[in-house]
Design a protein around this ligand. Structure first.
Ligand code: ZN
Ligand code: ZN
Ligand code: ZN
Length: 195
């Protein structure tokens, strides 16, 4: 099924396959997938992104007539296929005004790529629970309830989408449930950090 789909569509820019399982052009061709180079865009940019107003209040209705240059301009098709320029349509402008949001600086493809960098990858790492009982004190958080592992570091291991080099504290399910119980019972003035 996968082969059938990828012979009809280009692996690089017509499916989301490249978002999650990036491969090179040579690899795609070796597997018999279609690889279409993104078309060249020769947009006549009338407004570079750097010249966009800082706030939505300073944007006039004429913005919908501009061809805005993407601030990213990443030419690598594997990096999401920057279209180099974009427009703001009236409905979109109305939405940004209603939500009080500044205009985007990059094209929709680059926005998509930036969003993906904020998602966990489709990959799991084997890790051990970070709970070290009371000796752990990060972001003002400290265990105050007894955990099943006592005062020793928690021995539980598991698979997680959070890579070991990431800054988040990763707890096993057991310690996490105990953490939530602690927070529910905590006084309102509790100043916890990011969990
Ligand atoms: Zn772009
Ligand atoms: Zn644990
Ligand atoms: Zn624990």
């Amino acid at each position: 099924m996968e082969d059938r789909i990828t012979t009809l569509l280009s692996y690089t820019n017509e499916t989301v396959a490249q978002d999650y399982f990036p491969i090179s052009e040579a690899e795609a061709k070796a597997r018999g997938y279609v690889w279409r180079k993104p078309e060249d865009h020769n947009y006549r940019i009338t407004l570079p992104a750097a010249n966009l107003p800082e706030t939505i209040q300073d944007v006039s209705d004429t913005i919908t007539q501009e061809i805005i240059g993407c601030a990213s301009r990443n030419p690598d098709p594997q990096a999401g296929g920057c279209t180099t320029a974009f427009r703001i349509v009236p409905q979109e402008l109305a939405f940004y005004r209603e939500m009080n949001l500044p205009l985007p600086r990059v094209c929709p493809n680059c926005r998509h790529r930036e969003r993906l960098t904020k998602c966990n990858p489709l990959k799991l790492w084997h890790r051990r629970c970070d709970c070290n009982h009371q000796s752990l004190m990060i972001n003002h958080y400290q265990n105050t309830t007894a955990h099943s592992h006592g005062t020793d570091p928690c021995p539980n291991e598991f698979e997680t989408a959070y890579a070991p080099e990431r800054p988040e504290i990763i707890y096993c399910e057991q310690c996490l449930i105990q953490l939530f119980t602690q927070l529910e019972n905590a006084p309102r003035s509790f100043s916890g950090g990011v969990y």
